[in-house]
Design a binder for this molecule. Structure first.
Ligand SMILES: NC(=O)c1ccc[n+]([C@@H]2O[C@H](COP(=O)([O-])OP(=O)(O)OC[C@H]3O[C@@H](n4cnc5c(N)ncnc54)[C@H](O)[C@@H]3O)[C@@H](O)[C@H]2O)c1
Length: 452
């Protein structure tokens, strides 16, 4: 069965299943799914739009710390959803079938686990978690409570990506040896700047911090900017990197990393108080064996490769350049004679530098391209979630997929922090030879927060 038809048949032929936990409505194919939205900032607003494209969703509740974000969401919903600032109120509402969580990363695990226990199906934004141990607990709770889950690595539902995966996995590039991913933007000289503005109430700041350590209010940390601080995010490696690593795992049929290393730092002297590096190179060896790299360059904006791609997949017969919603396959010219000195002339032979170096070189595959025509690429991912809520089948980016991709990036940050090449035991989810690195697989929540 092909990747594309497998995805389709999982949608079409799914059988309904019941959950043991919480209260859950059983939904038929024509029912509207009642959704509660938690976090309606930058991404939550986009996600709401992507659900609103489907006639069988209804916005029944909205939750955020900010009144102005709630106002916008209510206006867009075309309905009269319940408004709350406390997410547990939303979870207590029996009218809510499913939740969409788009809060900062340090809140994902708590909200996800509580939602599962309340009997809600869950769409949770990427990266899944702040630590590997949180992600593993999320996988366990989703299984224990029988919830349908979708993680926001939305490329998993894009037709162009599924076609590219089909092509690569069926040998279309020959033996794939290497993939490179790029997150590139010049943020020098000002970066985040040093933002000023009225402080939120003590309650709002405390609630925004949630399980993270207490620090006095800093506008550079709150809202969109949390990505540049490690207590709330894994930086650009988990922000963009998780999209790319998840996509590479899909495209190349990869399992988990066997080892990882990283180098980088704040080299560009950007004038803000960020904690994450502006320059970073992470390198993994994955199983089945393949080299994967992630390049973050925020001190220079030149493209990572000649095609300006976000992901480049290198096979023995050709290279796939993957862009946001299209891909391009460029064949290699393959020689028909051995390389090296054994030709007796050409390379490496000082007696005959002008002779024919090699025989003829010809492509063995055709140049090809693919595109995604969807106007809102997230809408195909939200569509898949709504379908799976009804069929009780696994979503395209279910919790385990999201966890394995997120943890691949999280261990990259640990390699960077410990300045080490780390072996990774994916079954135990531990570093077998590095006690210090294992300490960073979890962290102590601020009281009274506790993961259920
Ligand atoms: N899939 C994608 O392509 C994509 C794109 C952008 C962001 N994201 C993810 O979405 C998440 C949010 O990012 P963002 O850019 O929207 O950040 P943001 O700061 O703009 O929005 C987060 C919202 O969560 C709210 N919030 C924080 N704590 C809360 C709490 N305790 N209760 C209720 N609401 C709370 C904030 O008030 C804010 O409105 C991140 O995990 C990010 O990685 C995914």
């Amino acid at each position: 069965m092909t990747l594309l038809s497998d995805q389709l048949s999982r949608r079409r032929f799914g059988l309904a299943a019941l959950t043991a936990a919480g209260y859950s409505r059983i939904l038929g194919a024509n029912d509207r799914v009642h959704i509660g939205y938690i976090g309606l900032g930058n991404r939550g607003d986009q996600l709401h739009d992507a659900f609103l494209e489907h006639g069988d969703q209804e916005t029944v509740a909205v939750c955020d710390l900010r009144e102005d974000y709630l106002d916008l969401a209510v206006k867009k919903s075309g309905a009269a959803p319940k408004r709350c600032k406390e997410y547990r109120q939303l979870l207590d509402d029996k009218n809510v079938d499913a939740v969409a969580i788009a809060t900062p990363d340090h809140w994902h695990a708590l909200m996800f686990v509580d939602a599962c226990h309340a009997g809600k199906d869950v769409y949770v934004e990427k990266p899944l978690s702040l630590t590997v141990s949180e992600g593993r607990r999320m996988v366990q709770v989703a299984a224990e409570t029988g919830r349908v889950t979708q993680v926001g690595t939305n490329r998993r539902s894009w037709k162009s990506y599924l076609e590219a995966a089909e092509l690569i996995r069926s040998g279309g590039l020959g033996k794939v040896t290497m993939a490179r991913a790029f997150s590139i933007r010049n943020e020098w000289p000002l970066g985040l700047g040093m933002q000023k503005g009225p402080a939120p109430s003590d309650w709002e700041w405390d609630r925004w911090l949630g399980p993270a350590p207490y620090v006095p209010y800093d506008p550079n940390r709150q809202y969109y900017n949390f990505r540049w601080f490690y207590n709330y995010s894994g930086g650009q490696l988990t922000n963009y990197g998780v999209h790319f690593i998840d996509a590479i795992r899909l495209l190349c049929g990869l399992g988990q990393p066997k080892s990882v290393t990283a180098m980088g730092g704040r080299y560009a002297e950007i004038q803000d108080n960020r904690e994450i590096p502006d320059t970073l190179q992470v390198m993994w060896e994955f199983d089945p064996t393949m080299l994967v790299t992630f390049t973050q360059s925020n001190g220079n904006g030149a493209s990572g490769d000649e095609k300006h791609s976000e992901i480049e997949i290198r096979g023995t017969k050709g290279t796939m350049y993957v862009h946001n919603s299209r891909w391009e396959l460029v064949p290699e010219a393959i020689g028909d004679t051995p390389t090296g000195y054994n030709l007796g002339k050409g390379y490496g032979n000082p007696l005959n530098r002008t002779g024919e170096a090699r025989g003829s070189r010809k492509p063995q595959i055709q140049a090809r391209q693919g595109t995604s025509t969807a106007s809102n690429n997230t809408a195909s991912h939200t569509r898949n979630f709504l379908d799976c809520i009804k069929s009780r089948q696994k979503c395209n980016a279910d919790i385990l997929i999201g966890h394995l991709s997120t943890s691949s990036t999280l261990i990259g940050n640990i390699a960077h922090k410990t300045r080490t090449m780390l072996d990774w035991d994916p079954a135990a989810e531990r570093f077998p030879k590095h006690a210090e690195a294992n300490q960073y697989l979890s962290y102590q929540y601020r009281a009274p927060y506790k993961l259920g």
